[in-house]
Design a protein. Structure first.
Length: 471
């Protein structure tokens, strides 16, 4: 049964009238199709990052000839034989690690638990160690496809030695040389054979939700990440600009695993930055675009600055869900709170929909409130309104408040549809152009009716071309 929709003069038009197929050209409906995840794990210095670079076809993972260079869990997008998937490089896993290495091992374990398939990398020259055997025991309990990779097989002599890795009980070891590319093509064919088309049930559908921590320098982003993670995941110092590269961390909060990215503080426009600051700004922008929700940290003890507003505009332009975290709340007195309320009303008019939380990364005050704020924002970001319900609502709104006259004629709002989610994007089909003020009015009424707290909402207009009458 086709849905009937209201024209501005009370005449109902059939939805099939509207050729919606061209929507796909304008709106990237498939931009967020979930991809399965391949985790690359193993003890330190077996060549995991080298293998990751070989798989993704570019040198992104940092490689040094010393153990322990990789600490955080970092994801990269890969493509083999037309199939896309995520590759996660992890730090070296050791069962009895202490201190920082214990944190690195915990990140690797989280990667194992959230992946759809796992590559266990073993140094074929050294052979199976007690650490490798402990990793195999842990992976057997995971009930996830595991492929044993014998790395550093540079010649036939090592190949015969690598055959001893059958003893680990994971089947045939795939013999590769990540440094030279030997055997990696066959390995990737085997990976595609066991990797599901979509993420497995229970892994969160798209894996951990991706959160970027953004803000100006020295606002407390790294301190917040450390407080959430419960250990020193990011280097913290009073000197502004300590963080240069985005730092990925898996953090378990509220019973879920979240992927946090600590970014460099943005001082000025990217086009005006130079040197290290320029590249840090580009990486921050890239990290923001790869995230789903941004936590924008604002120093509540100081007046809101132009830098703060610039970063907020960047988040709004990116279309990401947004949580405003007013940090250093332990330094805010009553007078400053009143002043801050006035600054919010005056300066943050572009993002009145953002979720707000008052926290202290230093003391841990209210940081647990970030989780429900992020969940609400992401729920709004993913929300889709059925077409019938949307148009029934639109009928009442347009009847009560018609669009303003334009050129002596009253534009008619004929039909509406939600083109995409992430962020929610609505298209109004009309007989004439709608003023920006009326589009903002529609957005405001959409929020009043359907929520969308914490998420931007986009409203665009398609003007219907006049059709020639059939003779």
């Amino acid at each position: 049964m086709s849905e009937d929709v209201l024209a501005g003069d009370g005449v109902w038009s059939d939805e099939s009238d509207w050729e919606m197929v061209d929507l796909d050209g304008e709106f990237d409906v498939d931009a967020h199709i979930p991809m399965p995840t391949l985790a690359v794990v193993g003890r330190p210095n077996v060549g995991k990052s080298t293998l990751v670079n070989r798989i993704i076809g570019r040198r992104e993972a940092v490689v040094e000839d010393i153990p322990g260079v990789t600490r955080d869990r970092v994801s990269y997008e890969a493509n083999w034989s037309g199939r896309k998937f995520l590759v996660q490089d992890t730090g070296g896993w050791e069962p009895d690690a202490k201190g920082l290495q214990q944190s690195v091992a915990r990140q690797a374990e989280l990667a194992m638990s959230t992946a759809d398939a796992i590559l266990l990398v073993v140094d074929a020259v050294v052979g199976a160690t007690a650490t490798d055997e402990a990793a195999v025991k842990k992976l057997r309990r995971a009930k996830i496809p595991v492929i044993l990779v014998a790395n550093k097989v540079d010649d036939q002599k090592v190949e015969s030695e690598a055959a001893a890795l059958w003893s680990l009980g994971l089947g045939e070891p795939r013999m590769v040389s990540a440094a030279h590319g030997r055997g990696t093509g066959d390995l990737l064919d085997d990976v595609l054979a066991v990797l599901p088309e979509t993420p497995r049930e229970g892994s969160g559908g798209t894996g951990p939700r991706r959160v970027s921590l953004v803000g100006k320098p020295n606002v407390g982003k790294s301190s917040l990440l450390n407080k959430l993670a419960g250990d020193e995941r990011s280097v913290v110092h009073d000197v502004a600009g300590t963080t240069v590269d985005p730092v990925d961390s898996l953090v378990e909060l509220g019973g879920k695993v979240w992927k946090f990215v600590d970014t460099a503080g943005l001082r000025r426009k990217v086009s005006h930055a130079s040197g290290m600051e320029f590249y840090a700004s580009l990486r921050t922008k890239s990290a923001l675009e790869a995230s789903e929700v941004a936590i924008m940290l604002v120093d509540a003890s100081q007046p809101i600055t132009e830098q703060d507003l610039r970063v907020i505009s960047m988040v709004a332009d990116s279309g990401r869900a947004l949580v405003l975290a007013f940090n250093k709340w332990d330094l805010v007195d009553e007078d400053r709170r009143l002043q801050l309320d006035r600054e919010i009303d005056r300066d943050l008019v572009r993002v009145p929909w953002a979720q707000r939380v008052n926290i202290s990364a230093h003391t841990g005050r209210a940081v647990q409130k970030l989780v429900p704020a992020m969940e609400t924002a992401l729920e709004s970001w993913d929300k889709r309104i059925p077409t019938g319900r949307l148009n029934n609502w639109l009928k009442e709104v347009v009847a009560a408040t018609p669009p303003p006259m334009r050129g002596g004629r009253l534009p008619r709002v004929l039909f509406a549809t939600q083109a995409t989610t992430r962020p929610p994007t609505f298209v109004l089909f009309t007989t004439g152009f709608l003023e920006a003020g009326y589009r903002r009015f529609i957005e405001r009424r959409l929020r009043e009716e359907f929520g969308f707290d914490g998420s931007p909402v986009r409203v665009s207009v398609r003007v219907r071309e006049k059709r020639e009458r059939k003779k």
